[in-house]
Write a protein that binds this ligand. Structure first.
Ligand code: PLP
Length: 504
């Protein structure tokens, strides 16, 4: 008998359109007591429609119950473990939400004059200062809206810096374990991307790097700890090698959850890096945002950061400095996703230095607890010490024809969100698991239990795993077709019939 943690909630909820029946309304308005406007003559006949085909007609209680039921289908960090690796899906303390909703912060307007914005400028100034301290860097911009956007900002700053030195270069190096956004960023900034192979331990190979860095190389982009969850132990040597040849070291800081309070990228030679506040600093994320991807730089790159910059005039309050001739310009309207910045500052202040150190230690402990709990059942491609996430492969399960994606689907039946499937690409059939620090031993034990139980099922009932999930309303969707031909809008049957392309 399998030990189900929690079964997925399924209710046979129809679409609102399917509930519709003519004449039902979710509102009641009083008699019109002002002259009626003739929309057709005001807006033009062609802009006004008499009816919306298939528009659902439902009562108020039907609307409320429909959406409330749908909301129970969501899987969220507030329901249970969300072990996506790389993404750091940790619990977001409610105090952050409270602070972000404080009237003076929530209602601050970006066009408010500086003298009425001292509080919000201080929030930005303080956050920049804390992030500088945490990263061991000299300056931070808060403008970029996400990690990938931070990469773009950081690499544009590198490009402007090198051009200002009269040494524009053409190539960006990235290890084969890199997140896809790294090469994409480099390409968008006009660079040629060269991939460097990791060694058999999943790490940067200094000999390979030595051969790869010539005077056409602008920068190396590296994630540390890397995407197999292992700290790049030669990072300082790599930095020295790059610097000696006029190149820069960019660090993808998506994995800072493993370093905060213990190691500072600025101290191991990084010139520029981004942070994902929505990962490491606990703003809720998923479903596309909002996020924030501050970029931290060493002093030589500071003049190139986006403008305006917040400055502390010392005695005369905070100001926005637009007079930045070498700046790469704006990368975002106004000053970035301010609500996210407030949450991050609240998180940092609520924890304090010691608290942040503990969070990091717990994140690393939890990942290693899971590693220990599963290492006899799942193949570990790299033996190096895990930091905040652990990467297994499906090598032991493929003998039964079961792949990482099948195991992930089965995990849904056990009431867990799947781990990250098939990333990083250098691990064939990867299972990437990041528990984060916010899980207690109880939840981790349930997860380990579920994963071990699935490993048993792979032996005893492989077909059942192959056809999972069994407890959800929708079973397996055709993911390739869904990605290529996303249909995200319901269409009334009449129209859909008429527009349907001929079958092929
Ligand atoms: C999440 C992530 C990114 C991209 O960050 P976004 O905030 O999603 O744009 C880049 N690199 C790594 C390693 C990541 O995990």
């Amino acid at each position: 008998m399998i030990k189900k943690v929690r079964s997925h909630i399924v209710q046979n909820e129809p679409l609102l359109f399917e509930r519709s029946s003519p004449g039902k309304k979710a509102y009641q308005l009083p008699e019109l007591d002002v002259p009626e406007v003739n929309l057709a003559s005001e807006l033009g006949e062609e802009n006004v429609r008499a009816e919306i085909p298939g528009f659902p007609e439902v009562s108020e209680v039907e609307v409320i119950r429909h959406f409330t039921r749908l909301s129970t289908w969501n899987y969220a960090i507030d329901l249970g473990l969300y072990p996506l690796g790389s993404c750091t899906m940790k619990y977001n303390p409610r105090v952050n939400e409270h602070v972000a909703r404080l009237e003076g912060l929530a209602w601050a307007h970006p066009y408010q004059p500086e003298e009425l914005s001292q509080g919000v400028l201080r929030v930005m100034w303080d956050l920049e200062s804390f992030l500088c301290e945490i990263c061991g860097m000299d300056a931070v911009t808060l403008q970029p809206a996400a990690g990938a956007h931070g990469e773009l900002t950081g690499i544009l700053a590198v490009r402007s810096y090198l051009e200002s030195q009269g040494d524009a270069r053409k190539v960006i190096l990235a290890p084969d374990s890199a997140h896809g956004t790294n090469p994409a960023t480099a390409q968008m900034c006009g660079y040629e991307v060269r991939e460097i192979p990791s060694n058999e331990r999943g790490l940067i190979d200094l000999e390979v790097l030595d051969k790869a860095v010539d005077d056409s190389v602008a920068a190396l982009m590296v994630t540390n700890p890397n995407t197999v969850g292992i700290f790049e132990e030669d990072i300082s040597k790599a930095a020295d090698l790059l610097h000696a040849r006029g190149a820069q070291l960019y660090m993808d800081g998506a994995n800072m959850n493993a370093l905060v309070g213990w190691a500072r990228p600025g101290d191991f030679g990084v010139d520029v890096m981004h942070l994902n506040l929505h990962k490491t600093f606990s703003t809720p994320h998923g479903g596309g945002g909002p996020g924030a991807g501050p970029v931290a730089v060493k002093a030589h790159l500071e003049p190139f950061l986006p403008k305006p910059r917040v400055v502390d005039t010392g005695g005369n309050g905070y100001k926005l400095d637009y007079d930045r001739p070498q700046s790469i310009g704006r990368v975002r309207a106004f000053y970035g996703n301010f609500g996210v910045l407030v949450r991050a500052l609240s998180y940092i202040l609520a924890h304090g230095g010691e608290g942040l150190r503990n969070a990091t230690a717990d994140a690393v402990l939890n990942a290693n607890y899971i590693r220990q709990g599963l290492a006899d059942r799942y193949h570990l491609p790299y033996q190096g010490r895990s930091m905040h996430e652990v990467v297994f492969s499906d090598q032991k399960q493929t003998k039964q024809g079961i792949k990482t994606g099948d195991i992930a689907k089965r995990l849904i039946d056990y009431g867990f969100h799947p781990y990250t499937v098939s990333f990083p690409l250098i691990v064939h059939g990867a299972l990437m698991i990041e528990p984060t620090e916010t899980e207690g031993k109880g939840e981790l034990d349930l997860f380990i239990d579920a994963m071990r139980s699935i490993a048993d099922e792979v032996e005893s009932a492989p077909e059942m795993v192959k056809n999972a999930p069994h407890s959800t309303r929708t079973r397996r969707v055709n993911e390739t077709l869904a990605a290529r031909n996303p249909i995200v809008r319901w269409e009334p049957a009449v129209e859909a019939e008429a527009e349907k392309p001929a079958a092929d």
